[in-house]
Design a protein around this ligand. Structure first.
Ligand code: SF4
Length: 416
């Protein structure tokens, strides 16, 4: 059986070609160039059917071919015999006090991954006017949910923006010392269908507006699958996300950046976290192989266009990388790169000894960057009470740190 969510629309159309029927095929074959004309008509028809099926699954949330009423009976029989629509099993869903929802999904091999929905409202309706809300995360009741019958417990109607933070691997090989996922080591990478279905399942529960690959795993360590999944996410007949609303975040796998942009042009975030190689190598082993200079050179080559910027994430660790001189060095490093900086005060957890800096330290750091002409925001941590905040995701059945796979990674190539 072929899994539907592993297919791009063009691949699905190719599969449907043998069951495409063309009217007056015999007459056409007798004309000049007949076989080519027939093939062309069949390809067009197969693409049309693929579009219809994409609509049913990704836009109408139908997972039973028998309910796809505008497809012929023969086609539905073919689909049922050859293609499976994959589902993930929701093991639990837990809501934080601030509205953040964390999900644990069970995969076919019983391994588990987590994803998080982070609600935020940037606009608030006052009378007939829509104005900027005073604080991120403020509740707003003006948004309409297009999809009926969703999980009402999510209270999704209250938020203007819902960002899905999704996983790309079971565990992670990168061993960043401040990250709970890094503590467990890599188990395996997710398949295209697992990545796409994870997002599809979230969309079945809430009207997701943005996607960030910042959950468990290093997306560019699984770049082939993530790039293909992004193609499906951006397909106008599929989930139809804008490339600006899908962000792949990397710890700095330089070859993966180029590979990603050969296939898709989603947005990019770099987990920078340091202003010198010495410092960065201490907390992110990937830096020993691809130091800051190489990473930023790769960033300069990213074909963003259209006033888009690369987001540089910077986890602020108390007394480690939070000094004014760090901020000045970051400003110097990013010179000439269309960028914005997202400062993330560290979320303390049992897997790391790092501490969270004071609010004053964070604001001073931010001020230095702003004074140097950068857009610098401080991420409001959401879901800390349920371990859903940045760097706090971990599969319940994960492996322990220091596995062979873990050691292998820093000495081997990027693709899983
Ligand atoms: S921060 Fe990202 S890349 Fe680093 S260990 Fe955690 S999940 Fe992996």
């Amino acid at each position: 059986m072929i899994i539907f969510q592993s297919l791009t629309k063009t691949e699905l159309a190719d599969l449907l070609l043998p069951v495409s029927v063309v009217k007056y095929e015999r007459d056409l074959m007798l004309e000049e160039g007949g076989p080519e004309k027939v093939l062309l008509k069949k390809q067009k028809q197969a693409l049309l059917r693929a579009r219809q099926i994409f609509h049913w699954v990704y836009q109408r949330y139908v997972t039973d071919f028998d309910l796809m009423s505008d497809l012929s009976k023969d086609l539905r029989t073919f689909l049922k015999a050859n293609i499976q629509i994959y589902r993930l099993t929701e093991t639990y869903a837990k809501q934080s006090e601030d509205g953040t929802f964390k999900f644990l999904w069970k995969l076919e091999d019983q391994k588990t991954i987590e994803s998080v929905i982070i609600p935020a409202a940037l606009k608030e309706k006052v009378g007939d006017e829509v104005i900027d809300a005073l604080e991120d995360g403020k509740r707003y009741s003006g948004i309409e949910t297009e999809k009926a019958g969703l999980n009402k417990d999510l209270d999704t109607d209250s938020w203007a923006r819902l960002t899905a933070c999704v996983s790309s691997q079971v565990g992670c090989a990168m061993a960043c010392s401040f990250c709970l996922t890094g503590v467990q080591g890599l188990d395996r990478s997710l398949g295209v269908h697992e990545v796409v279905t994870q997002i599809h399942e979230l969309r079945m529960r809430a009207p997701i507006t943005n996607i960030v690959f910042m959950g468990m795993g290093e997306p560019l360590h699984n770049v082939k699958n993530i790039a293909k999944a992004c193609q499906i996410l951006l397909d106008e007949d599929g989930m139809n996300f804008s490339k600006r609303k899908v962000t792949v975040s990397t710890s700095g796998l330089v070859p993966g950046i180029e590979e990603l942009y050969q296939v898709t042009d989603v947005s990019l975030a770099i987990s920078l976290n340091s202003s010198t190689d010495e410092q960065r190598s201490q907390i992110m082993p990937v830096n020993r192989r691809w130091p800051i200079k190489e990473l930023l050179a790769a960033c300069r080559k990213v074909p963003l266009g259209g006033h888009r910027r690369i987001t540089f994430e910077y986890v602020l660790l108390k007394d480690f990388n939070d000094k004014p001189e760090d901020a000045h060095r970051v400003a110097k490093l990013l010179k000439g790169i269309p960028s914005k900086v997202n400062l993330i005060p560290f979320n303390e957890h049992s897997g790391s000894e790092f501490k969270r800096p004071t609010d004053k330290t964070v604001l001073d750091f931010q001020k230095i960057l702003i004074n140097q002409g950068y857009t610098a925001t401080v991420r409001i941590s959401r879901g800390r009470d349920i371990l859903a905040a940045c760097g706090q995701l971990r599969s319940l059945f994960g492996t322990a740190r220091g596995t062979e796979k873990h050691k292998d990674f820093t000495q081997s190539s990027t693709t899983a």
